[in-house]
Design a protein around this ligand. Structure first.
Ligand SMILES: C[S@@+](CC[C@H](N)C(=O)[O-])C[C@H]1O[C@@H](n2cnc3c(N)ncnc32)[C@H](O)[C@@H]1O
Length: 358
């Protein structure tokens, strides 16, 4: 099944998959919108809503049973440290969320996808429905799920990524058309899947989508160097997704590494002195050169008759309970100031790469 769009009922296909074999699941199930009559705009043009057979269920109870059947299988095939995303609207997401919790999933967040270009409420009888909800969950509260926190923070201009995502609905070039008609009524924007897959999986991971539709998850997974299994009941959509996938070129492997997430090994300040990158007796300076402290043989620094660590003395100066001395102090080299954190990186590279220290 790997790297395939598998035709058939998702519960049946899921049953053929081994336990704990998937790293990430993205599910966009039928919403059970219960749209009965056709909908028209004030100018009498027809609204292309979701009237598809696959979205129809006899009752809410039947919908709940269906949710339980596919979510139970998802729980089984998900690795212990994997995670699952389920997207839905007010029509179904509360019920799906309850089923997930009943099955033992541990909810990590709900994300609000704010549609920057939502469809209006044509009848003017309710608020414009401008968002959908994504539930992000793992298998239990102690699971060590993947989350690329630093990358997402960087994505968001160095501010923690928030749970409200402002992304337009799928229109224009991105919207797949067949004979001038939308190929799929609920094609999700690739941008949304990009954020989900980028944040919560690793290159080469196996991503599963039980409700593939036009193949958005598979396409983004392929682009991001992940493997995928996509399940879909309708032959037409399988064809649409396969044609879409053929055009996807995966991103070069080296560009997919999460370099920002790599943790620096712990290096004590004393190592820099032992290795002569910082000399006993030399001065450390604040960035504006207003403060200076002298390095002592016992690796403490002396400032205004006070001795302590690089961190403690920087706290004294800044009058703060805690501070990172690695970022506060600079050394002078060839009349220029260099942050001692850069010397630490130099030490780590020399140490790890076994290069001779300069
Ligand atoms: C909401 S759409 C998914 C759209 C998709 N995320 C995209 O971007 O194109 C749900 C899809 O699930 C499919 N589906 C519904 N019930 C299914 C089932 N029991 N097994 C497999 N696929 C099913 C429908 O045919 C439909 O294409």
């Amino acid at each position: 099944m790997i790297n395939q769009i598998v035709l058939g009922d998702c519960v049946e296909s899921l049953k053929k998959m081994p336990d704990k074999s998937v790293d990430l699941i993205f599910a966009d199930p039928p919403y059970n919108l219960q749209l009965k009559a056709e909908l028209y705009r004030p100018d009498q043009t027809k609204v292309e809503g979701v009237f598809d057979e696959w979205d129809k269920f006899e009752s809410i109870q039947v919908y709940d049973q269906f949710s339980e059947s596919w979510l139970k299988e998802c729980f089984r095939v998900l690795k212990d440290n994997g995670s699952i995303w389920v997207i839905g609207s007010y029509h179904n997401i509360f019920r799906v969320g309850a089923v997930m919790q009943n099955l033992g999933f541990w909810i990590l967040n709900d994300i609000i996808w704010m549609k920057t270009n939502p469809m209006p409420n044509f009848k003017g009888t309710r608020f414009t429905n401008a968002h959908e909800t994504l539930i992000w969950a793992c298998k239990n509260k102690d699971a060590k799920y993947t989350f690329h926190y630093k990358s997402l923070k960087n994505f968001n201009d160095d501010l923690q990524m928030r749970s409200d995502w402002h992304i337009p609905i799928c229109t224009g070039e991105e919207r797949i058309k067949v004979n001038g008609q939308k190929a799929h009524s609920t094609q999700k924007p690739a941008e949304l899947l990009f954020r989900v897959i980028l944040s919560t999986s690793n290159p080469n991971d196996l991503v599963l989508d039980p409700f593939s539709g036009s193949g958005t998850t598979a396409a983004v997974a392929k682009k991001l160097g992940r493997q995928f299994i996509a399940l879909e009941r309708e032959e037409f959509y399988v064809k649409v997704a396969n044609e879409r996938l053929e055009k996807v070129i995966p991103i070069e492997k080296s560009l997919l590494e999460y370099k920002i997430e790599v943790k620096q090994p712990k290096v004590p300040f004393g190592n820099l002195i032992e290795s002569n990158l910082i000399k006993i007796g030399e001065f450390l300076y604040s960035k504006d050169r207003k403060q200076k402290a002298q390095v002592q043989a016992d690796t403490t620094i002396l400032w205004n008759e006070k001795v302590g660590s690089i961190h403690k003395i920087s706290c004294e100066i800044l009058n703060k309970p805690s501070n990172n001395g690695w970022k506060y102090w600079f050394v002078e080299r060839k009349n220029k100031l260099f942050c001692i954190d850069n010397l630490r990186t130099e030490y780590v590279e020399s140490f790890l790469g076994n290069k001779k220290l300069g």
